[in-house]
Design a protein around this ligand. Structure first.
Ligand SMILES: [Mg+2]
Length: 399
């Protein structure tokens, strides 16, 4: 079997990959909603995969994996990997989880980092009201993540939150960093306490914090929250769009607190997790399959983390519905250090009209049943999806 073409279209805002083969079976993959600019980067790999056997997923990946990097650039390689598994699963007549080693659970837990309501302000009562809305949402989430400090508006909207000049000029990609003031620290704690009160013992609270914390502040916050219902403190020091790891800095925090410390969403490839894992620099890893290099990459990292007592909570907030299907297949096979993955959704809403298989991806009590549809489990309804293709992508569904 041979790959005959790789097509890329921007559908909604997602770069979407479609592999075609000489046996008429195709496969799809997608990158995050926030990355329409990746189209030429994905197309860059076309000549490196055409003519290869898509069912030898690893051999194809060996040819392109080295030509990627940390977020956002690993997404191109990852989207192709999703599509390879989709083809391989369809050819075998098996869901992807069977090809990844077989499932160890029949339903997978999800957490909320995506079902959002407008935060009406940056005071404790606003965080509490917002948390209540998320707690009341029909998915009945068991874990809810909220952005605080440098992740979100707290650092820029609370006056004198930190000793630095807040900037939003980089389009909200968390550009701020610095030592937090006494006032800022107390404000942050008051907001967390207000959310904890709403969560009670029914919902675990995860906090997306940065990047932007200094080491002393990271330890100070972690220690202040000990004994409370905190699932993890995410990306305090490094994180979204940080193109390096700095495990050394985490080793100055994690061993000295009982509050779980988390990072990893921007990191590309298993090799870049070795230091974090072998030095127990964090308690929870949260790579994103659509950034790290794909599903097999996630499986390897999760297994290696498990051998070191590190938990696993995949990132995925804007991975879209193709990403959702991939997350479910992956979460089914991850070892018992798996907590939950971050549930993505379809934006715009018409994404729910252009794919089959979505009825099998419904959330009930913070879980999704693992389905047995061959491949990733979702396919385009071509005549519906055609309505949303851009003119330059008109040939996306051609053979
Ligand atoms: Mg995050």
């Amino acid at each position: 079997m041979k790959i005959t073409d790789m097509k890329v279209a921007i559908i909604g805002n997602h770069p979407v990959v479609r592999l075609t083969t000489d046996e008429g079976i195709d496969g799809i993959g997608a990158a995050e909603l926030a990355k329409p600019y990746l189209k030429p980067m994905i197309e860059f790999y076309r000549d490196m995969i055409i003519g290869k056997d898509p069912t030898d997923v690893e051999r194809v990946m060996l040819g392109i994996r080295r030509m990627g990097s940390f977020k956002p650039w690993g997404a191109a390689v990852s989207a192709i990997e999703f599509a390879l598994w989709d083809v391989a699963g369809k050819v075998a007549g098996l869901p992807v989880y069977k090809l990844l080693g077989g499932k160890i659970r029949d339903k997978v837990q999800v957490y909320n980092g995506n079902v959002r309501f407008k935060l009406e302000g940056v005071d404790p009562e606003h965080y509490a009201a917002n948390m209540q809305k998320m707690k009341d949402s029909p998915e009945n989430f068991s874990i809810i993540k909220q952005g605080i400090a440098f992740h979100g508006n707290m650092a820029s909207d609370v006056e004198d939150f930190y000793y630095g000049t807040p900037s939003t000029r980089l389009g909200g990609r968390h550009p701020n960093r610095g030592l937090i003031t006494y006032k800022g620290f107390n404000h942050m704690l008051a907001c967390i306490d207000a959310m904890l009160e709403v969560c009670g013992d029914e919902v675990g609270l995860a906090l997306d914090c940065g990047p932007g914390f200094t080491v002393p502040d990271a330890l100070k916050l972690a220690k202040a929250l000990e004994g409370k219902n905190i699932m993890w403190l995410e990306d305090m020091i490094t994180g979204d769009y940080t193109p390096y790891v700095l495990a050394d800095l985490y080793t100055q925090v994690t061993p000295y607190t009982s509050t779980p410390i988390h990072t990893g969403e921007q990191i590309y490839l298993r090799q870049n997790f070795v230091e974090l894992i072998e030095r127990n620099a964090v308690n929870v890893l949260g790579p994103d399959p659509a950034d790290v290099g794909g599903l097999a990459e996630m499986k390897f990292i999760a297994e290696y983390a498990d051998l070191h007592g590190i938990l696993f909570a995949p990132h995925g907030t804007v991975d879209g519905l193709i990403g959702l299907a991939a997350h479910v297949q992956l979460a089914a096979v991850l070892p018992d250090n798996y907590i939950a993955f971050e549930l993505p959704n379809g934006q715009p809403e018409w994404w729910y009209d252009i794919l089959t298989g979505l009825d099998k991806l419904k959330v009930k009590d913070s879980h999704i049943d693992v389905n047995d549809t061959p491949g990733l489990g979702v396919s385009f309804i071509v005549e519906e999806a055609m309505k949303y293709l851009r003119e330059e992508d008109a040939g996306f569904f051609d053979d």
